[in-house]
Design a protein around this ligand. Structure first.
Ligand code: C2E
Ligand code: MG
Ligand code: MG
Ligand code: MG
Length: 288
C-alpha cells in the first residue's frame, strides 16, 4: 500500500544519502592522504626523472640519431612504491602542488643536461612538460629565468611542452606568457596535439615551434585509415605553418615507416626506447 511504499522510498532515500556521505568522506580522506604524502614526497625528495629519447630517423640509411630527451617524472612514494605521473600529476594540478614539483623538474632536468654536456653528449635538446596551472602561475617566467641562470643551460635547448588546454583557458594571458618565453629564447611545443579543442585559426597566431602528435592517432596505424589521414593532415598543416613535428608513441616498424614516408621529422616511442633512468642514457646513445 501507499504507506509502505512511502516508507520504502524514505528508507532508500536515507540509505542513498548515507551512502553518498560515506563515499564523499572516503574520497575526501583519500585526497587528504595523497596531499600529505605528496608534500612529504617533496620534502623527502622522492621524485625521480626518467628521460625518453627523441630521435631522428633516416628512412634511406635507416640510421637513428638521438636529438633530445623528454623528462618524465616518477614518484617513489614513501621511498619505494613507484607511482606514475597520471596517478598524481592531475591531483597536484588541482591542489597547486604542481608549482613546486614542476619547478623541481625544471631544475633537475636542466642540471642533468649540463652534466651530459660535460660527458660529451653535446647538444641534446630537453623537453619538459608544463601543466596549465604552472604555466599560468605568476612566478613562472621568473622561475624559468632563474633555473636557466643557475644551471647554465642555454634557453634554446629547452622546449616547454604545454597542452592546448593551457592556452585556451585565459587565452590573452597565455599569449603574453608565450611571447615572454619566446623572448627568453625558449622553444614551445604543443603536447598531445589533436586531443584538445583549440581551433587551428587560433594556433595560427601563436608563437609556437613544435607539435607533438598524440599517441591516440599513432596507436591504430596502419589498421585505421582515418587515423592515417589525420596524421598526414597534421603533418601537412605543420609544414605549412613551419612547425616542427614529433610523433609520439611510435611502437612498431609499420608506424615508423608510415610517418617517415609522410615527412615526419622526429619520433618518440617504445620502438626506440622507453623512458630511461638518467644513468642509462649515455650507454643508450652510444649503442643505438
Ligand atoms: P606526455 O607528456 O604525453 O608523455 C608521453 C607519455 O607517453 C609518457 O608516459 C611516456 O612514457 C609514454 N610513451 C612514450 N612512448 C610510448 C609508446 O610507444 N607507447 C606507450 N604506450 N606509451 C608511450 P608517462 O611517463 O607515464 O607520463 C604521462 C603523462 O604525465 C605525460 O604525458 C605528461 O602529460 C605527464 N607528465 C609526466 N611528467 C611530467 C612532469 O614532469 N610535469 C607535468 N606537468 N606533467 C608530467
Ligand atoms: Mg610531454
Ligand atoms: Mg604527449
Ligand atoms: Mg600524452
Amino acid at each position: 500500500n501507499a504507506d509502505s511504499a512511502m516508507y520504502r522510498a524514505k528508507e532508500s532515500g536515507r540509505n542513498n544519502h548515507q551512502f553518498y556521505t560515506a563515499e564523499l568522506t572516503k574520497i575526501a580522506h583519500a585526497r587528504f592522504t595523497l596531499d600529505t604524502q605528496l608534500r612529504q614526497g617533496i620534502e623527502a625528495k622522492q621524485f625521480v626523472l626518467f628521460y625518453q629519447p627523441i630521435v631522428e630517423y633516416d628512412k634511406d640509411t635507416k640510421l637513428t640519431k638521438v636529438v633530445g630527451v623528454e623528462a618524465l617524472i616518477r614518484w617513489y612514494r614513501n621511498g619505494n612504491e613507484l607511482v606514475m605521473p597520471n596517478d598524481f600529476i592531475p591531483f597536484a594540478e588541482d591542489t597547486g602542488l604542481i608549482v613546486p614539483i614542476g619547478k623541481w623538474v625544471l631544475q633537475q632536468a636542466c642540471k642533468q643536461l649540463v652534466e651530459w654536456d660535460a660527458l660529451g653528449l653535446s647538444d641534446l635538446k630537453l623537453a619538459v612538460n608544463i601543466s596549465p596551472r604552472q604555466f599560468h602561475d605568476a612566478n613562472f617566467i621568473n622561475s624559468i629565468e632563474s633555473v636557466l641562470n643557475e644551471s647554465g643551460l642555454s634557453a634554446n635547448r629547452l622546449t616547454l611542452e604545454i597542452t592546448e588546454g593551457a592556452i585556451m583557458e585565459q587565452e590573452d594571458m597565455a599569449v603574453e606568457i608565450l611571447l615572454a618565453l619566446k623572448a627568453l629564447g625558449l622553444r614551445i611545443a604543443i603536447d598531445d596535439f589533436g586531443t584538445g579543442h583549440s581551433s587551428l585559426s587560433k594556433l595560427r597566431f601563436l608563437p609556437l615551434d613544435e607539435l607533438k602528435i598524440d599517441r591516440a592517432f599513432v596507436r591504430n596505424i596502419p589498421e585505421n585509415s582515418d587515423d592515417m589521414h589525420i596524421a598526414t593532415t597534421i603533418l601537412a598543416m605543420a609544414k605549412g605553418l613551419r612547425l616542427h613535428v614529433v610523433a609520439e608513441g611510435i611502437e612498431t616498424e609499420e608506424q615508423l615507416a608510415f610517418f617517415a614516408h609522410s615527412g615526419c621529422e622526429q619520433y618518440q616511442g617504445y620502438k626506440f626506447s622507453r623512458p630511461l633512468p638518467a644513468a642509462d642514457l649515455p650507454a643508450f646513445i652510444q649503442n643505438i
